[in-house]
Design a protein around this ligand. Sequence first.
Ligand code: NAD
Length: 331
Amino acid sequence: MIEGLRKPVSFHQKSKVVIIGSGNVGEAIAYTLMVRKQANDIVLIDVDEPKAKAASLDIAHGTGFYRQVWVRTGTYEDCKDAQMIIITAGVGRKPGQSRLDLGSINVKIARDIARNIIKYNDNPIIVVVSNPADVVTAAVLEETGLRRGQVIGSGTSLDTARFRYFISSALHVDVEDIKAYVLGEHGDSQVPIWSNVTIAGIPLDVYESQTGIKIDRDEIASITKTSGADIIKGKGATFYGVSMAVSNITERIMNDQQGVVPVAHLMGARYGKWANVCFSMPCIIGSDGIEKTFNIPLSPEEEDALDRSVEIIRDMQNQLGIFTNLTGSLE
Ligand SMILES: NC(=O)c1ccc[n+]([C@@H]2O[C@H](COP(=O)([O-])OP(=O)(O)OC[C@H]3O[C@@H](n4cnc5c(N)ncnc54)[C@H](O)[C@@H]3O)[C@@H](O)[C@H]2O)c1
């Protein structure tokens, strides 16, 4: 029924990204990667094949302006020579459904997908977007048996972008000048790290006292946390913000950019009480995935909040049977 997913004529050097799950988020990511020319072979896979075909054709039509980008549907065999594989497949949360019930469904889907990926590529870089993102990332890591740095959850990179956006709006300053993080869970227990917010290197309280602009920290923390739900209330899903967050991670991996991004990953032994739990801390990301992770200084209140956030994720990992056979700490 749908024809024309053609290979571009000027298709020389291949950079390939496979996106598994071609719903709102997968499609928006494919579109963003195409527009930003971050790969020249973008493959969409979905259990709903007609949907994936329609999505890839819709985006492919735009490649009339970018001939060297090929957007198409594929199979797991396409993972073989992909530099990066992005998982966005899953089901949405139904009214009244608990986060744990949603987690058990999406973890099962992600484990199936992980097994299919590994069949064709035993050394991939995988980025996990499906929710609940931290535990799904942990399950994919466990199922694939890959190095910790090869399985990256988009985690709080989106929450961090929202946080920076709201701070920049309140301070009337360019968002690119805002250095700030949200860490911990990509969810309700997320922790905004106020103690190290800077505006182009100027500490926030110095900036406030010298400009006379005071920001309401509680309000900004609150809208950062609730804005995803507000968007879902208004239009049923969120996808553009997360597609930019994933595109930012893609940029680091495809171009070996060694940029610092807060992403979810399994904490190693040096994280002590937080070891063996998957959540977001700042990391350097390059072509090998996560190349370095940072345990940054926190205020006592922030550390307490992060402790609580980590316990929530650890509890969910345990209830979903993730890492039950893990002895020691994965390095
Ligand atoms: N991490 C973040 O910041 C963030 C932000 C937004 C959404 N999300 C999450 O991303 C996920 C996708 O959201 P969406 O709005 O695109 O949902 P969606 O329902 O529009 O799309 C999900 C897609 O997954 C497909 N799918 C289901 N099982 C599959 C399988 N086994 N193999 C391949 N495809 C399969 C479905 O057919 C569907 O097309 C959700 O879990 C959502 O909560 C995460």
